[in-house]
Design a protein around this ligand. Sequence first.
Ligand code: DGJ
Length: 724
Amino acid sequence: MPITFDESTRCFHLQNDRISYIIRLAAGRYPLHLYWGRRLRAVSDDLLSRLCAYTDEDFSLHETPLDLLPQECPTFGCGDMREGMLHVLHADGTHALDLQYVSHEIIDGKPALPGLPSARGEGAQTLQLTLRDSESGLSVTLTYTVWPDVDIVARSMRVTNGGASPAVIERALSACVDFEQADFSLLTLSGAWARERGIVSRPLVPGDQGTSTARGASSVQTSPFMALLAPNTTEQTGDVYAFALCYSGSFAASVHVDQFSMARAQIGIQPFNFSWTLDPGDSFQTPEAYLCFSPDGLNGMSRQYHALTHRHITTGRYAAAERPLLINNWEATYFDFNEEKLLALARCAKDVGIDLFVLDDGWFGHRDADNSSLGDWFDDVRKLPDGLAGLSARVHAMGLKFGLWVEPEMISPDSELCRAHPDWCIHAGSRMRVESRHQLVLDLSRQDVRDYIVEHIGAALRRAQVDYVKWDMNRNINMWGSAQLPPERMRELGHRYILGLYDIMSRIIAQFPDVLFESCAGGGGRFDLGMMCFMPQAWCSDDTDAHMRSRIQYATSLVFPPSTMGAHVSAVPNHQTGRITPLETRAAVAMGGTYGYELDLLRLPQQELDEIAALNRRVKSMQRLLLYGVFYRLKSPFEGNETAWMSVSEDGREAVVTHVFTLAQPNAKPALLRLVGLNPSLDYRDEATGRVYGGDELMHHGIRIEVPWNDYRAQQFHLIALDS
Ligand code: DGJ
């Protein structure tokens, strides 16, 4: 049984073969956090006695120890002085919440969350623990799921107003874990446009720390994820406790280290600029958080998140399938194209073995630049005389699939839509509408707006007979306000926007079950598990420079597997950095994700086209391994001159290893790269050189890496076990 309740000790033990998460009801009433880590066979008296002093009958709020205790659902100002998971304004203006145990249920599987994406529950078991504040009638249900096949505990919270007056939720997080000590480093991901997800690590210090965003999207600046690393943790060793949120909007991930060096880690919807009025009888559901414990360092953590994503998050026809090699016309033409130009590019793509032609921005309204037409999803017949239907039919006739870019959530002030419905965008009354990229954000909290999007985007996708969609979103929200929400509910807009987004994505995707959807947000501005529940891949960054990409993808792989990362070979000099890197390197880096091209093939010499054709054959021969193999980071670009990673098949018989030297070094001896995850008793042959290596030798001694004579040089090994 993955979840048990022991009446005598009042302990819930959530477990699989490798991990345990244990909760104790103190004094039969308060859920305390007893343990999370490697699996324990049983809860000993000694473990119980650590919290015993506080758990007997004399436990009382008159002399509360709650400020000293590790709790599962702490609230502020009712004994505990730290910020808690839930903060509610009652009708009388007070905030106290004394949440005590009412009941629990252990169920097979995992219930879906109303309006929110969540992981599926194949083989899982779920605990629902209900607490109640008797004074206000407010109750809370904490939900915990454990699976046999991933070392992750999913948590979320539902708040229900069982009282007679409305209550205002000012803070409702998804998970809280109180660690009894704070000897950890905190690792988060931070960046910017074209520099997404750099790895940032620092020791915990007393007080508050963490990462958050209030931009209305999970953002390029940070990521809804944090990890606590025990001292000396490496990629392969050490205890890691990680938190990732299944949510695409503003979030906060924080750690508070208190007076006794206890660390309270929390994650959930960003409380700043949020509130939610809960009428009597209504409920509020928080997004799901995935808590991962790995005793095997950061790689161990990533393997768990990758397995969660592949087994329980991504859905649809492409979730576990190979992906078409695509060419996207964005960096080839930007807005300057006509049908003839597109068809020439498509023909050339077909000749080199590409499967899918994607038409990016600029096909609708009169969009010759980024300053108009969003919302007017009708074909620009100046560029496409027979519309999307004609272009798509011609591309299909070449034997290629056809894909289309859309940006459904946005509206240009210069659009018919905006002229007809000036109040459909997010705006703060009559104040100036602050544009970004000359556009405004549609108010997805409105049903009429959502219906318009579903109808018009659906019609365009049908017209274009699409096989693939790139769903873009190119700005964050400011001048927060909705023409339809009453003033007291205005701070609900951020969350209502995300619920609206999830609604339109589900409705549109349901109409196109065979289509591959890729999300995008000005690059990787909404690279989160919430989006992954709808679309199995996401454009990783607008930075297509191989050097920058190897950093961005390396850090992204902390949480997300290669199958989720859109990665393309682009032109040199690179359009974002001006950097010149070898084609082989650009391809090797793009093979770290869902492979494609983003350049004008027609400008390349025949020799490069031949190389591209050969690369495409290579990618296709290894694609399953590249996308779904067990992934290991080997050398960090954040720490030195080398970057390396590898993917190994589940049975350990095949591996692809990629190594990139950033800068060439004169007079250097060859490097050695130690591999992991292979079978030490097998011999492996490298497909490119024919050299044979022992698995033990590759892991304990290493594989020889030639030192290049020029910068940004990649070397790749495709190792296949020999039959013994
Ligand atoms: C931002 C995306 O990230 C790019 O790839 C491209 O699609 C542009 N938007 C188009 O406007």
